[in-house]
Design a protein around this ligand. Sequence first.
Ligand code: GTP
Ligand code: MG
Length: 452
Amino acid sequence: STAESNALRTPIVAVLGHVDHGKTTLLDTIRGSAVSEGEAGAITQHIGATAVPLETVSEMAGDLVDPTDFDLPGLLFIDTPGHHSFTTLRSRGGALADIAVVVVDVNDGFQPQTIEALEILQRTGTPFVVAANKIDTTPGWNPNDGRPIQETYEKQSQNAKSRLDENLYEIIGDLSDEGFSADLYWRVQNFTKNVGVVPLSAITNEGVPDLLAVLMGLSQRYMKEQMAVDVTGPGAGTVLEVKDERGFGATVDVVLYDGSVRADDRIVVGGIDGPIVTEVRALLQPRPNAEIRVEKRFDKVDEVRAAAGIKIAAPELDDAMAGAPIRVVRDRDLDDVIEEVESELAEIQVSTEEEGVVVKADTLGSLEAMANALREAEVPILRAEVGDVAPRDVAVASTANEEKHRVILGFNVDVLSNAETELDESEVRLFDDDVIYQLVEGYEEYVDEIER
Ligand code: GTP
Ligand code: MG
């Protein structure tokens, strides 16, 4: 009706890749922060979101981008932990992200999570570019901070050039093995058909202008139609994390991917025991270029429009689940909205059996990934839930008939103190890890041992 509802939605850009390949550092470079340095063991534990305005993007992209060519408001970057499954990044349509950046360490090349990321992108049909990161570690490399890749490449010695070329062609070859036709990005004509590889360094910022130019071009050129949605309608989003905030109690960090949410809206959120119906108490928006995951200062706002990372404070959110859907009710029928959330939760429900192990995970996405890994390993599940290990879990696990099933497999969760006592006093064994395949392997070794 008005120019307002014709506003384009901010594209959502997921940054994926293997542990330590430089996802958070790359985002730090783009937003001008140092989130990576503050992380325990420099490992990202939770998915984060950062809104980067068009001005920031075009400033950094320099001559490679003319901001007047663009009418998108900027980019919403989603940071993901390399050791996790990103199935949490689901939305009503399938994939939460409109486009993705797969970060690959040029020296380290393809690793398990690189391949996992590519499989997810292929399955969801998400267009992506590859950031071939850490080019500054090429032997003999002479950095030219913040310069476009071709400019700095031309200034390198023959030896450094061929070392880098070798690594880049290996990445292009590995992409082709995964079924993607890829090339250095400046040779790519159509980014939806071919994958562009952008050599860069998140430390010296060489090639970062190129990446931003490619992302802006890609979203402006191919996403514009998709972005022309009504960003004022009742919002839809995905919960990233449930967190206690002083003065607010339990809050949820959300990626809003459609419509809007207002400070007086009624919302329905996916919870451990089904949909939670509640009223927004406060909408807390991180400042531009701030990572919602670590931000301490939020602006209290009346309305937020997609796409955005937003912290929502509301009563009854204690049992909300990371990875679950969130919907704004507004002028719709409450029952319809509850049904919508219910059916989405049902899609991600893990099927359980009469005999099996107890599984606890930190998010709905990781629970789903755990269930898949256990199904592949032919391990039956008695109970699967999001949340920390509670006394109830110990009680349930101790009812299993077989010794090998009297276990709790905890992914990225804590053990509540009263559950610890129960664990000590019962026969139940706890396996915990923050890497899924290690958790499953550890359990399988245990089963081998007791069956020997
Ligand atoms: P996870 O969140 O654990 O999956 O890792 P990540 O992909 O976010 O990696 P992160 O950004 O934390 O970087 C891992 C390490 O690589 C850090 O010590 C960074 O300083 C370093 N690093 C990242 N990018 C570069 C780069 O371009 N050049 C060099 N030399 N080091 C880099
Ligand atoms: Mg990280």
